[in-house]
Design a protein around this ligand. Sequence first.
Ligand code: F6P
Length: 546
Amino acid sequence: MPLSTANPNKTNAWKELQAHFEEIKNIHIKDLFAENPQRADNLSVKWDDFYIDFSKNRITEETLNILLRLAKELDLADAIERYFSGDLINQTEERAVLHTALRSKEGDEVFVNGKNIIPEVFEVKNKIEQFTNTVVSGEKKGYTGKQFTDIVNIGIGGSDLGPAMVTEALSFYKNHLNTHFVSNVDGDHVQEILKKVNPETTLFVIVSKTFTTQETLSNATTIKKWFLERASEKDIAKHFVAVSTNLEKIAAFGISSENVFPMWDWVGGRFSLWSAVGLSISLAIGFENFNDFLKGAHKMDVHFKTSDFKENIPVLAGLLTIWYNNFFNAESEAIIPYTQYLNRFAAYLQQGIMESNGKSIDRNGERVEYETGTIIWGEPGTNSQHAFFQLIHQGTKLIPADFIGYVNSLHGDKDHHNKLMANFFAQTEALLNGKTEKQALSELDEKGLPQEKIQKLLPFKIFEGNKPTTTFLIDRLTPESLGKLIAFYEHKIFVQGIIWNIFSYDQWGVELGKQLANTILTDIESDHIANHDASTSNLIEYFKKS
Ligand code: F6P
């Protein structure tokens, strides 16, 4: 059965939201706190080692009730059921969307086209475990008999961003293996990595769901050539493994079948880090930690699938995006983790969120009449405070922000952690309350400045506040809690896509540029330049002549 195709703007709840928006659009969050002493408690959720505070948002309990009615009118509960049970909800590609099956429990049953896929999932998981153990222990050796010291992951998009983000995020848990990531077709990228590694002690993991991606195949070919200048053809089996659905292309590349980690078309690239695409994560932190990471995601799956929507973190967060995006006309959302370990988190989520929900055709094949996909950006705090926070505090745009912080630091430096978290709390408080004219005036007065100067400076010193934030306070950054956090965002993406009546699991939008790049490559490498617009032709000419 296909997903419902009702458009959100035709529902009763949408009309109610429009009327409700008119009523509350000018209300300041701090007045909502003043009116209701229970607000912080009522609008927060404690779940496992997560405490999520939604109360600093421009919402009332009535807002949430109407948003929940919207979810009901659009059959969100039914869609969740279909998502987990393997319905072909990626309808434009006629595929199921089952990254959740990758973290399910042994013995669970999930059927795709009548076949239970869980035994296969565990077969590959066991292969990842065995392989990881032999590399980490040093049992598996390179072509000169030395143990491996370095892993190079060759992939792009979902075959790079997830593993790269997670190995950095969990570097506290890392073993002796150094991990490197080659993604860009820019030859300087691969050369910089090759400068750092020794062919005798390096394992290359080629990751490509399709095994047709230009960037990955070019980098893999360059690396293979570099390797063969130092070793022989028979040594490839010891140093190259591949993760893909395309077994034929892997064989054509020269990788033997025992070095292949299969994946499946029901795993989308941007959700694939839970599969063998996460092999470099497992190698870097050990299989046990990798498995804990999967277990965390599974716990979030159960929460999403079974919790009442009023307490359901991905449902509430997904609905909040609709509220800001479609009623406040907010165009972007910031994600600000207060841990340096999550340095690449926003970049990772950019693909997850923007490739999924950057769509303008609804599930009826019609152009949508409302805004969809938010722009995602962010950097860790406190660095970002000294970079772009000015715009969030005093700019003209409304930017709802997720603040992600941890109760405990990993290295246990209390002094640093208290300072970090003081900033974390201070920012959301400042964004909420702002600074009134009266407060700004009294601060200037205290400085003893002349009245004329005070009046000139005053407008610049006022902060409106009323900037929405959601705070995630998590006990500690562990493989398990990171698994939960990533799965939370995956399900938030799902909720948004269902409400917007779009298909979140295809990515046709990246194809056109790829096609044109192939044509232009021929132009660059031949005497003839095909028909382009005048600007593009000039630029290609200029490049070729120089
Ligand atoms: O750029 C589009 C895309 O298809 C992503 O969705 C995907 O993660 C990436 O390219 C890499 O694809 P592959 O794993 O097939 O090389």
